[in-house]
Design a protein around this ligand. Structure first.
Ligand SMILES: Nc1ncnc2c1ncn2[C@@H]1O[C@H](COP(=O)(O)OP(=O)(O)O)[C@@H](O)[C@H]1O
Ligand SMILES: Cc1ncc(COP(=O)(O)O)c(C=O)c1O
Length: 274
């Protein structure tokens, strides 16, 4: 007899070192007992000869459409994570495809700027993401930079600022079809001894904290966090419970991080068995 494990879908980029992107997403799904299905939007290959600069190659829009067609025809998918899109053309096709299906949850990790891109192109992508994808999201997980950019704030210095950013990003979401959630991540960047994130559901603010592991950012932390939320939602958890598991998983994964020759170590998804 075939089995029917919980399913989760991810539309994201490949990060060639294995630390972030769809590689981290699928490892996270597997570790949480969820069968992962993935669609590739772009390929990022850090350049070891040029200070690990991001080399960025977008996947042809039609090839993205083909992948989404194959994935959604094969499985009954109702929970999707959207990671790096990277170009306005990619944002367009993904937004169009996503809008044709009745998702239970769309978790958006708004990876805004790919460091290899020209600022002009990045700005176009930011605008497209904000206008075309954000309205479909049920959960959005901006980091400090993304939260400040989306919220139109010059800087975020403390938990009060982070909370204000979460409120402003929430105001960009479409709440007509049900509750929407923002998790603004202070992470390693927000000053203080703890890695603090703020969950805002439109009414209540919940602050999640864990002791900071060093002061460094760790590659794949944002991807693992959003993928763990997606996996828990796919299994039927509500958003606050999913976010709690994701926080525990990313903290354990950063503690057990994998050493790498890149400037950042990378999350070990296998560390968390909770
Ligand atoms: N050094 C750290 N120690 C503990 N938790 C961290 C650390 N860095 C990030 N986190 C947590 O990992 C999750 C993802 O953080 P995020 O800010 O998106 O990381 P990044 O943008 O560097 O990928 C959040 O829950 C954040 O608080
Ligand atoms: C394809 C891709 N997706 C997502 C990310 C974001 O990764 P992180 O989880 O470290 O924020 C990166 C960062 O390099 C990337 O290359």
């Amino acid at each position: 007899m075939p089995s029917t494990p919980p399913l989760a879908y991810v539309i994201a980029g490949s990060e060639a070192t294995g630390g972030a992107g769809i590689q981290a997403d699928l490892k996270t799904f597997q570790q949480r007992g969820v069968y992962g299905v993935g669609t590739l939007t772009c390929i990022v290959s850090f350049d070891p000869l040029h200070d690990w600069a991001h080399r960025f190659v977008p996947v042809e829009p039609q090839v993205i459409v083909d992948q989404i067609e194959a994935a959604t025809a094969t499985h009954d998918l109702d929970t999707v994570k959207i990671g790096m899109l990277g170009t306005p053309a990619t944002v367009d096709v993904v937004a169009k495809s996503v809008s044709t299906r009745p998702w239970r949850h769309v978790v958006l990790d708004p990876v805004l700027i790919c460091k290899g891109q020209e600022p002009g192109a990045a700005l176009d992508t930011d605008t497209a993401l904000r206008e075309r994808v954000l309205p479909h999201a049920t959960v959005v997980t901006p980091n400090m930079f993304e939260a400040a950019t989306l919220a139109g704030m010059d800087r975020i210095d403390d938990v009060a600022d982070l909370t204000e950013a979460a409120r402003r990003v929430h105001a960009l979401l479409d709440t007509s079809a049900g509750p929407r959630y923002v998790v603004a991540k202070g992470g390693a960047e927000l000053p203080g001894p703890d890695a603090v994130d703020v969950l805002f559901d439109g009414e209540e603010v919940t602050v999640l904290t864990a002791p900071k592991v060093g002061e460094e950012r760790v590659s794949g932390a944002g991807c693992t966090f959003a993928a763990a939320i997606t996996a828990e939602l796919a299994k039927g958890a509500d958003v606050p419970a999913a976010v709690e598991v994701a926080k525990d998983m990313v903290t354990a994964g950063i503690r057990a991080r994998v050493a790498a020759h890149t400037p950042f170590d990378t999350v070990w998804q296998g560390a968390y068995t909770g």
